[in-house]
Design a protein around this ligand. Structure first.
Ligand code: AMP
Length: 178
C-alpha cells in the first residue's frame, strides 16, 4: 500500500544525507526523494504555507532547489516569482552581490527591475547552512528597494548559525543538529 504523508515528521525520513558531496567534509542534504515521492512534495509545500504568517508580493527563490519550493509558493499564492541566480545566468540589466565563502567568494544576481521599491518579499531556499546565500539575497532585494518580510527554508543546519546573519521572521521546517 502506498505510504500516506501528512506532516513534516512523515517526510523527514525521506531525506538522504550524502557524505562528502560535492566535496570532502560536506554532508549533503538531498531533498530529491521528497520531491519524487507522490504526496510528500505536496506536504512540504503545505507545511511551508502554514508557516507563512505575513502578506507578501513576491517570492525571491534561490538557485537551484529554492526555485522548486519558491515557484510552488508563488503559484499557490498568486504572487510574483523572482529568480536569484549564480553569476552570468540572467539576461539584461542585473544587480549583483558578492559574498565570502569558506574558501573564496561567490556572486548572486537578480534582474534589476524584478523587484520594485516597496515590494514585500519572501525569500525561499531548501537549506540554510552558513546563511551567506540567504544574506546575499536579502542584500540584493534591499539594493533595489524591496522589503524582506521573511525567510523560509525546508532544512536548517543549526550548528552553522546561519539565522544570525538574517533579518526578521526566519522559519525552517526541519532543524538539523539542534
Ligand atoms: P549557505 O550560504 O552556507 O547558507 O548555503 C546555503 C546554500 O547552499 C543553499 O542554496 C543550499 O541549497 C546549499 N547548501 C549548503 N549546505 C548544504 C548541504 N549540507 N546540503 C544541501 N545543500 C546545501
Amino acid at each position: 500500500m502506498a505510504e500516506t504523508y501528512r506532516n513534516i515528521d512523515d517526510i523527514k525520513n525521506l531525506l538522504k544525507v550524502v557524505p562528502d558531496f560535492p566535496k570532502p567534509g560536506i554532508q549533503f542534504l538531498d531533498i530529491s526523494p521528497v520531491l519524487r515521492t507522490p504526496g510528500a512534495f505536496r506536504v512540504l509545500i503545505q507545511e511551508l504555507e502554514r508557516s507563512i504568517d505575513f502578506e507578501f508580493d513576491k517570492v525571491a527563490a534561490i538557485e537551484s532547489r529554492g526555485f522548486l519550493l519558491g515557484s510552488a509558493l508563488a503559484y499557490n499564492y498568486h504572487k510574483g516569482l523572482v529568480l536569484v541566480r549564480k553569476k552570468g545566468k540572467l539576461p539584461g540589466q542585473t544587480v549583483a552581490h558578492t559574498y565570502e565563502l569558506e574558501y573564496g567568494t561567490d556572486t548572486l544576481e537578480m534582474t534589476e527591475d524584478a523587484i520594485k521599491p516597496g515590494d514585500r518579499v519572501l525569500i525561499v531556499d531548501d537549506v540554510l547552512a552558513t546563511g551567506g546565500t540567504a544574506q546575499a539575497t536579502q542584500t540584493l532585494v534591499e539594493k533595489v528597494g524591496g522589503e524582506v518580510l521573511g525567510h523560509r527554508f525546508f532544512i536548517e543546519i543549526a550548528p552553522l548559525h546561519g539565522r544570525e546573519r538574517l533579518k526578521n521572521n526566519i522559519h525552517s521546517l526541519i532543524i538539523e543538529g539542534a
